[in-house]
Write a protein that binds this ligand. Structure first.
Ligand code: SF4
Ligand code: SF4
Length: 341
């Protein structure tokens, strides 16, 4: 049967919780989105992690919990956090840069940890290491092999930029060799380091480059039995625009207590919620929610505000859109995904 990519609409009644338990990291990737000026340098205590997890647990909902950092395995209580999250009914994932500190594989089990995700930005040292750091490819691949040998479900995350788009296809044989079950392709965004570094604007791939490469590589991987997820990014004329902030339940929690609903907002103090005295509190005033309600021809409002260079206009001189004309296409919500396999 032929594999065909499908858009995965936002699921009502499903909750995704992205929990940054610290912001420290042993690496300094070029495109790191962690912004310590905005998210602090705190490492949450074991007690806080347990209390904050319970704020987002809802037995009536299918809920995914993703532990992130910084590098979450730098936290010595990560195995405890995984166990608590599982007890609360979450489907639990850890996103690691591959270093697996504190003997994570010995201190948790595939029964508690549903997926262990590794970040690789290239199929070899020559592509990956200039982006993620010297020696990182070798360590990450060795630990993927150890995790698979111990029976963990392993996925890989690949952040596409101009620096590694050409190498994406070569990931398929590597993932097969490593017995990776799921492949997440992401697009580089202008957040964190990328937003600070002007030259990184040129790291974003164009619509043509994205469409010419990503769907085809995803199809090839799916044909070999790997489940692939990648962002929709561009909406066709007949596709509906929806802002996840209005229709879905996504929470991005940072160790300084900020809780966002939209990842594109994370460089700004406009978080919709905060955790105060271990309670979830809704913020008043100008928060990200105000932006979610705006209806513009370009689709995603935050994309238009933060990284408008990825929109093309038809030049027909409609003064409503900066005299540039009408947008040729709309940008989807960054949380809208396509799946294949
Ligand atoms: S992208 Fe991840 S692994 Fe890389 S520096 Fe940032 S937190 Fe660390
Ligand atoms: S990325 Fe855009 S569309 Fe998605 S939640 Fe954020 S503002 Fe809304």
């Amino acid at each position: 049967m032929q594999n065909i990519a499908r858009t995965v609409g936002f699921k009502h009644g499903e909750r995704n919780v992205f929990f940054h338990i610290l912001t420290a990291c042993n690496l300094s990737c070029r495109h790191c989105y962690i912004n310590r000026a905005q998210h602090g340098v705190t490492t949450l205590s074991r007690e806080k992690i347990e209390k904050w997890l319970s704020l987002f647990a809802d037995p009536g909902k299918k809920a995914n919990l993703i532990f992130l950092g910084g590098e979450p395995t730098l936290h010595p209580d990560l195995p405890f956090a995984i166990k608590k999250a599982k007890e609360l009914g979450f489907f639990v994932t850890v996103d690691s840069n591959g270093y697996l500190f504190h003997d994570l594989l010995e201190k948790t089990t595939p029964e508690l940890l549903d997926f262990l995700s590794f970040s690789l930005d290239g199929p070899d040292t020559a592509t990956n290491d200039p982006i993620r750091g010297s020696g990182v490819f070798e360590v990450c691949v060795a630990n993927i092999q150890r995790a698979v040998a111990k029976g963990f479900n392993v996925s890989v995350i690949y952040t596409v930029s101009k620096k590694n788009l050409q190498a994406l296809a070569a990931m398929v044989p590597l993932l097969l060799k490593l017995k990776v079950k799921r492949f997440f392709i992401q697009v580089i965004g202008l957040r964190g380091n990328s937003a600070q570094n002007d030259s990184d604007e040129t790291m974003q791939v164009s619509r043509g480059q994205w469409l010419a490469t990503v769907p085809e590589v995803a199809r090839q991987a799916a044909e070999k039995g790997i489940h692939v997820t990648y962002p929709q990014v561009f909406l066709g004329p007949d596709e509906t625009f929806e802002c996840a902030g209005n229709v879905a339940e996504n929470f991005f929690i940072f160790p300084n207590g900020r809780v966002y609903q939209c990842p594109l907002c994370e460089d700004h103090p406009i978080n919709a919620y905060r955790i105060e005295d271990d309670r979830l509190v809704k913020n008043e005033g100008l928060t990200e929610e105000r932006f979610f309600r705006l209806n513009i021809a370009e689709g995603c409002v935050m994309n238009k505000l933060l990284q408008a260079d990825n929109i093309e206009y038809d030049g027909q001189g409609n003064p409503k859109y900066d005299g540039q004309g009408n947008p040729k296409y709309r940008i989807s919500c960054c949380l809208l995904k396509r799946e294949i396999g």
